[in-house]
Write a protein that binds this ligand. Sequence first.
Ligand SMILES: [Zn+2]
Length: 247
Amino acid sequence: MEYKVDALVLRTADYGESDKMLTLFSLQQGKISAAAKGVRKAGAKLRFAAQPFCFAEYVLAQKGERRTVVSAANTDGFYALREDIGKFYAAASLAGVCDAILLDGIVNEELFLRAANALREMCEGDEAEALISFLIKALELSGYMLDLAGCAECGAVLEGRVYFDIAGGCFYCADCARGAGVSESTMQVLRKCAGEEYDADKVTGDGKARALKLLNAYLRAKTETRVKSLEEYLDLLNGEMPRAAGN
Ligand SMILES: [Zn+2]
């Protein structure tokens, strides 16, 4: 049986002489794996379709549980992500988050469309902000909404120093203080990336790194999974060189 899916490559692993096993996030079938034969040979026609973050229409042949890529038509290779180390790690983080929160074969159209849009935004603009926006949405779609509207106790506007309770996913004002302290710039970055009103003067590079650290900790606490690429991207934002990327 052959059929078409629109899919993003989340992960690849070498196997055999020249083959790769792809973990795909497909619009129609959710997370699936498919073998790509011969794609490590120089000049292989489907080489592009076995690269991380490739977005293509794949024709798959299925026999039992096994799928093989028959052909692929490139939708967007997101090439800018391969030319900049920050963009590369931001995109790898997005792929890692999708891989961590998706269950095999469960369709999630909204997350798929958000992921494709976020990769496009990373190519064209600020990759850290695109990743933060995506993470907030991905967490919400997984049932872990971040409530940025006000203090979870008294409803006060979240200004100045605030607190984040990781267990509840709620923020508290300085008077109701519960959880770990969150800087003003972290809060303003989160508000901006969640599409809420924010103070542009307080959106800083440091705030973006801290916002990602908070989201990473929240994701780990809620899903009990570690996204290695996200931790590597955090290292990079903190001025440390991450070890060579996989793939
Ligand atoms: Zn309060």
